[in-house]
Write a protein that binds this ligand. Structure first.
Ligand SMILES: Cc1cc2nc3c(=O)[nH]c(=O)nc-3n(C[C@H](O)[C@H](O)[C@H](O)COP(=O)(O)OP(=O)(O)OC[C@H]3O[C@@H](n4cnc5c(N)ncnc54)[C@H](O)[C@@H]3O)c2cc1C
Length: 93
């Protein structure tokens, strides 16, 4: 049984929404408040690296993230060498 049954989260951006998703999964009733009634975003793209992608997978929202973005399993160095990354290696548990 949870010792915490209710939580208030101030701010509905990535940290607040992630906390809300995880707390709800654990049976905590969440009230989330966001000061911006329009829920605006800056409009700039962001780079999301492996650790954040693994966190999105743990939250259960990785498919939505992949659907909205562009994902690569590697990167090219300035010397033209490809570094392959295994973004999912630590998530298959
Ligand atoms: C120009 C720019 C580019 C960036 N690019 C990247 C990138 O490429 N990759 C990356 O990983 N990170 C990037 N970052 C950093 C990233 O945006 C932040 O680390 C991340 O947004 C932090 O998330 P957060 O939920 O903690 O806070 P925030 O995103 O700051 O969200 C805080 C939320 O709380 C709300 N709020 C504030 N005060 C109140 C209040 N009193 N009551 C209710 N709600 C309130 C705000 O409206 C906001 O929605 C970038 C940041 C900037 C500014």
């Amino acid at each position: 049984m949870n010792t915490i049954q209710n939580a208030s989260i101030i701010g509905g951006a990535i940290a607040g929404m992630s906390a809300a998703i995880e707390l709800r999964k654990r049976g905590v009733a969440v009230d989330l408040v966001e000061i911006d009634a329009q829920w605006r975003v800056y409009g700039a793209g962001i780079t999301v690296s492996g650790a954040a992608l693994r966190a999105f997978k743990a939250l259960g929202i990785i498919q939505q993230v992949l659907d909205q973005g562009w994902c690569s399993d590697g990167a090219w160095t300035s010397g033209g060498r490809k570094c392959t990354l295994n973004l999912w290696a630590k998530t298959d548990h």
